[in-house]
Ligand binder design. Structure first.
Ligand code: PMV
Length: 323
């Protein structure tokens, strides 16, 4: 935790907070097993509004805590001793798309609960947000929740310098560091195919338990370590080469999908590199556009049936919204 990371101040309900989504450039899945990852917060947000009420509800649904594992986990882990709350959530992040909608919801709600309980450091917000997401999914790393708490570009288990914070689960530890923003514009495209992060993470875990698993994990780690360095130096050709390498590894562990392959192919003429982002098996791709060809790229992805977004890093992570 550095002084540069603002804490969550203590305030009373009603409160509102918002958090950005995220996009993983290198190391998804491998990060669950301790390898490095590079990701950035994206400028699409989820906002929550929370007030004390007679009955706990999410978007007017009094059954939401039974239906929605993230809401249930947030209440259990962040608000166990609190009164019933009425929560309204609005989001511009597509759901189950690998773009961090669940991490943004978890950390915005965690920011409100921690504030109402007297305030917290950003490290505590990162830890609680991770516990909510992991509580709902059963598996996973703190990469997504740290990105949406920290904002900007972040490296997990890699990069130079002092960690901003370290997130723990049992014996496992993930150190989170800031990476300089190279100032690039990215394009992501959602395939429209929803999938479960937990199922994809468990399937990759089984794949990595086979005899060649450790060697594959080393290759993921190598691509992400070099990728963190290349993004930090703003070396676009190197980042593109390493994204292509990372994509081959994601295919190898079985998380591609014909719709994702079709989007990758459609992106090729206007991109320096493209790969799956997030858990895969559906969800989204991330593309490093050929500079100046962003609009052409968006057209190609839309024509191929994807839902494209031009994304820039959101410099600010989860925060209370004043007023
Ligand atoms: O839920 P998604 O698609 O954003 O995937 C998260 C990235 C994984 O590495 C697959 C899981 C994790 O918790 O790190």
């Amino acid at each position: 935790m550095t002084d540069a990371e603002p804490p969550i101040p203590g305030r009373g309900l009603p409160l509102s907070a918002r958090a950005p989504g995220k996009c993983i450039v290198f190391g998804e899945h491998a990060v669950v097993h301790g390898a490095p990852e590079l990701l950035f917060a994206i400028d699409l947000h989820t906002q929550v509004f929370v007030r004390v009420a007679e009955v706990t509800r999410l978007n007017a649904d009094p059954e939401a805590s039974a239906r929605n594992g993230y809401f249930r986990a947030a209440l259990e882990r962040g608000w166990a001793a609190g009164p019933p709350v009425d929560v309204r959530a609005i989001s511009r992040i597509p759901r189950a798309a690998g773009l961090g909608s669940s991490a943004a919801f978890a950390s915005a709600l965690a920011a409100v609960f921690l504030s109402a309980r007297g305030g917290a450091t950003r490290a505590e917000l990162a830890q609680l947000s991770f516990e909510i997401e992991r509580g709902a999914q059963g598996v996973g790393s703190p990469g997504d929740t740290s990105a949406v708490v920290g904002g900007g570009y972040l490296a997990v288990n890699g990069g130079p310098g002092e960690p901003l914070w370290t997130v723990a689960s049992g014996d496992q530890r993930w150190a989170v560091r800031r990476v300089p923003d190279p100032g690039w514009v990215w394009v992501v495209a959602h395939s429209g195919i929803p999938r479960s992060t937990g199922d994809a993470v468990r399937a990759v875990g089984q794949r990595l338990a086979r005899p060649d698993g450790p060697e594959l994990l080393d290759q993921f780690a190598h691509a992400a370590t070099a990728g963190i360095d290349a993004v930090g130096r703003g070396d676009r050709p190197k980042v593109a080469e390493l994204m292509r390498r990372n994509q081959e590894l994601l295919r190898e562990v079985g998380v591609s999908h014909p719709r994702l392959e079709a989007l990758l192919e459609a992106a090729a003429p206007a991109s320096q590199a493209a790969k799956i982002t997030g858990a895969g098996a559906g969800g989204s791709i991330v593309v490093l556009p050929v500079p100046g060809k962003e609009a052409d790229l968006v057209r190609r992805l839309a024509r191929a049936g994807g839902l494209p977004f031009v994304v820039r890093p959101a410099p600010e992570g989860a925060a209370l919204v004043e007023g």
